[in-house]
Design a binder for this molecule. Structure first.
Ligand code: B12
Ligand code: SF4
Length: 476
């Protein structure tokens, strides 16, 4: 059997305005996970359009396509193409789960939810020539004794971060703008691998660096503690995501740092507690954002703060207030998003009911465009404010300002990391073109692992006027 696994490029990834490095970071782990269930004698080809031109001139028996919202139109085109060539086409992933009927028009079989149970069931049916048109993930899920992910199918040299791994699925929380509840539905919404199996997979990685793609690496404290314990002495440096409240609590953060964690992605989302409450981000409420950042720094971790603009309480000054706050707090890197109501989420339903959605051009649901009517500004102001926030946060003046009060090693690390990420397209683009991007990995490892010491001050830096105004309203 010839099997083709495809990750079509996100539409924005093909725009000349976007930075190719962002799309050359992670290999298609979901597809490599599914490939593990294929029979040993299958001839398997995995292609990721973010990093290579697709070869569509073949005639596979089975085609597996992963669909995100902004690659949906491409995914459907490729699906139609292969169906015309006689292949059995399977579509799955976040967008298919959100809008199954839309996807079903382009597929022989669609899959709703995670694929660990449904894909092997489909393969058995396919072998018996009785494949169903639709498979729903069961309500009770686990990740025990997964077959080894087919990492041999991943072209490691095409990615900056080939050692990426997911040791959990989902998240224990329920923010209404997030894909999480839409994808996991009423079934188990947060579950973890066996620690030994996760550690065994990490052991196979060459080099030092590991990137955990999990939504909340600290989400199950017992699991996380055992994982970090097992990683101690492996001589790894790693990055992952955690929530504000998990960083504020003593214990896990210290263990993570001792095991090699050097950077953490944190969803601050918004500085206004009314906004957080409105969107169900209750685990951020009443938490001290400053304490989370200070504790991360004291434990030698850099912070990548994630922020969402366009919530109903956001007025046009939200952009400068947020960037000033992030700079004042010394955050190393920031990711900004225009709030985007993904189909299937609570936010989407509310927007639809109140007729605030502007259109359903999924290509533009990329967190860079305003696809709904914001409450307190016109849509174009939300988009330009978002763009200004990036420009402002990553201006050389603000990159330097954000290092204020840091030790020399922390300052060097901060500058190396922020500048390499945002100011070195001239370096990344030729490396990507020459298919040599992995050469950047030792630099990343070294930058992450620069020895870090606690900052000189442990009190919050004096807020500027805007920030003080914000903080008096916010529980941060
Ligand atoms: C890596 C990643 C990316 C990569 C994607 C390319 C790649 N190589 O995969 C890059 C960097 C390009 C990216 C970009 C963005 N991302 Co992103 N990303 C991720 C991340 C961290 C990991 C994905 C992963 O590998 N998961 C692990 C594997 C095992 O799971 P999986 O891929 O989902 O595959 C499973 C199932 O989906 C299913 N499945 C998938 N396809 C198929 C097909 C078939 C046939 C079957 C049977 C099953 C199946 O089975 C697999 C095994 O269970 C996730 C967070 C997460 N924890 O998943 C966010 C995530 C997907 N990203 C997200 C966001 C918001 C974005 C951005 C908008 C961010 C931004 N502002 O730029 C953009 C654009 C996304 C878009 N347009 O839809 C959101 C959700 C987006 C959404 N559509 O709802 C997520 C969920 C993070 C979050 N918690 O909010 N991202
Ligand atoms: S904490 Fe993050 S991953 Fe979890 S539901 Fe909220 S936004 Fe989604």
């Amino acid at each position: 059997m010839n099997v083709k696994l495809l990750l079509p490029a996100l539409t924005e990834a093909k725009s000349p305005l976007f930075r190719p490095i962002k799309y050359s970071l992670f290999p298609p782990l979901g597809l490599a996970t599914l490939a593990a269930y294929l029979p040993d004698n299958a001839d398997v080809d995995l292609q990721d359009e973010h990093v290579e031109p697709l070869d569509l001139d073949d005639t596979p028996d089975l085609v597996i396509i992963q669909v995100y919202i902004t690659n949906a139109s491409r995914a459907y085109r490729y699906a139609d193409h292969y169906r015309k060539r006689g292949a059995h086409v399977c579509l799955g992933g976040l967008h298919v789960t959100s809008l199954p009927d839309e996807a079903a028009a382009h597929a022989d079989t669609i899959f709703l939810g995670p694929g660990e149970d449904t894909f092997p069931e489909f393969l058995a049916d396919f072998k018996n020539r009785r494949p169903k048109p639709r498979y729903h993930a069961p309500l009770h899920r686990h990740l025990h004794q997964l077959p080894p992910i087919r990492r041999d199918l991943i072209k490691r040299h095409l990615y900056l971060v080939p050692n990426s791994i997911s040791v959990t699925r989902g998240c224990p929380h329920h923010c209404d703008f997030c894909y999480k509840d839409a994808f996991f539905g009423k079934g188990t919404g947060f579950y973890v691998r066996k620690v030994d199996e996760a550690l065994a997979e990490i052991q196979t990685f060459p080099g030092k660096h590991v990137y955990f793609l999990d939504d909340h690496l600290f989400g199950n404290p017992r699991f996380a503690a055992a994982l970090f314990d097992g990683m101690k002495g492996m001589n790894r440096v790693f990055q992952g995501a955690a929530t504000v409240n998990s960083l504020v609590k003593p214990g896990l953060l210290e263990q993570a740092a001792a095991a090699g964690m050097r950077a953490v992605f944190v969803g601050f989302e918004n500085l206004n507690p009314d906004n957080l409450r409105h969107h169900g981000k209750t685990h951020n409420l009443g938490r001290n954002y400053h304490t989370a950042i200070r504790r991360a720094r004291e434990n030698g971790l850099m912070v990548n703060g994630s922020f969402v603009f366009g919530m109903d309480g956001d007025t046009p000054d939200v952009f400068t207030r947020t960037t000033d706050w992030a700079v004042d707090r010394g955050i190393e890197t920031a990711t900004f998003h225009v709030m985007t109501p993904y189909p299937g989420t609570g936010l989407y339903q509310r927007m639809q009911q109140s007729r605030r959605l502007l259109h359903d051009e999924w290509d533009l649901y990329d967190t860079r465009h305003a696809v709904f009517q914001p409450a307190r500004m016109p849509p174009h102001q939300l988009e330009t404010g978002y763009q200004d926030a990036y420009r402002r946060f990553y201006s050389i003046t603000n990159i330097l300002a954000a290092t204020r009060g840091k030790s020399t090693p922390d300052t060097i690390r901060h500058l190396a990391y922020a500048i390499a990420w945002k100011k070195c397209e001239w370096l990344w683009q030729p490396l990507i073109r020459m298919k040599q991007v992995t050469r950047g990995l030792p630099l990343l490892e070294r930058a992450l692992d620069l020895k870090s010491t606690p900052p000189r001050e442990s009190t919050p830096p004096a807020p500027n006027r805007d920030t003080r105004r914000q903080c008096s309203r916010a529980a941060v």
